[in-house]
Design a protein around this ligand. Structure first.
Ligand code: ADP
Length: 285
């Protein structure tokens, strides 16, 4: 039981939270902008509030809270920070998170488009990569849904990884075996598609697709192609092409993320190092 597993700081007093305009639609309900009163009772901070539809089932409620429970454990500059949960008697719970001012990465890329520099895109690449390295090394967690739609933009220089609805702690076997359900095939590694096998190496594959979307300024992968065709394309060695804005050396890195054999893919740790080197080269001109 999530409520028992956590201590007091998990719950926020309902009177401290003011709900404002809706900002998005999630799987379980609407996401609102809000104001959360700080402990000094004088100032408030802007937050995002995930709500659960009134008519949700118990199992939806559990899944909804499971995501919050997962997020609570993380503390990283490029992972959305959970502030707490509001639970009033007989009402569905609310999840309160820090607000990403500029919203979803894809929308941001569509709006800003060509005004974004290669250095900025490389910086976002490094930020997402460092968040995934943190999940792997500090928490033994696989995210399972690394995609541009799950990256939120805080400011013109900061992006954060969100949406831990599919993330799982991996047990001793070192992988997570998913049961049937809707899965993002076009982002997935072949072993995840074929055997529902999810590891940090399959997150690395997905990271490659996410960075491809970033440099394509929000174009989705394999547009207009059926999921079933994508699988056979991948099997026969086809990969996403070089985006116009992507530096060649970065493409070489993400191409390695798409190695068929999971063990041939780089680790997030080595990717962070390589991306930082690329950033240095770029800032030097
Ligand atoms: P779900 O995973 O349940 O589908 P999301 O977490 O993707 O829901 O949230 C739905 C939408 O709400 C997002 O696409 C985004 O537009 C908005 N949103 C969610 N969290 C935040 C946040 N912390 N800051 C700003 N917008 C957010």
């Amino acid at each position: 039981d999530y409520a028992q597993a956590e201590n007091d700081d998990w719950f926020l007093p309902p009177e401290d939270l003011k709900i404002l305009d809706p900002i998005g639609e999630g799987q379980f309900g609407t996401v609102f902008k809000g104001h959360l009163m700080l402990p000094d009772s004088q100032t408030h901070t802007e937050v995002a509030v995930k709500t659960l539809k009134e008519e949700s089932s118990i199992s939806d409620r559990d899944k909804f809270l499971a995501e919050a429970f997962t997020m609570k454990k993380f503390n990283h500059p490029h992972i959305i920070n959970l502030l707490g949960v509001v639970q009033e008697d007989r009402k569905p719970p609310w999840i309160v998170m820090e607000l990403a001012e500029h919203g979803e990465l894809r929308g941001y890329l569509h709006r800003r488009g060509s005004s974004l520099t290669i250095s900025t895109l490389l910086m976002f690449t490094e930020q997402v990569c460092s968040a995934l390295d943190y999940l792997e090394c500090e928490h033994k967690v696989v995210h399972r849904d690394v995609a541009a739609r799950n990256v939120l933009v805080f400011s013109d220089v900061v992006v954060k990884l969100a949406d831990f609805g599919l993330s799982r702690h991996i047990e001793e076997e070192g992988y997570y075996k998913a049961s049937k359900g809707r899965l993002p095939i076009k982002w997935m590694a072949p072993e995840s598609i074929n055997f529902r096998r999810f590891t940090n190496a399959s997150d690395v594959w997905m990271f490659g697709v996410c960075i491809w979307e970033l440099f394509m300024l929000g174009v989705k992968p394999f547009r207009g192609i059926k999921n079933s065709e994508v699988i056979s394309m991948i099997e026969s060695g086809h990969r996403l092409e070089l985006p116009a804005k992507m530096p060649g050396p970065l493409y070489q890195l993400i191409y390695k993320c798409w190695s068929y054999e999971p063990s041939d893919r780089p680790t997030f740790k080595s990717l962070v190092t390589s991306i930082k080197q690329l950033m240095d080269n770029y800032s030097e001109g």
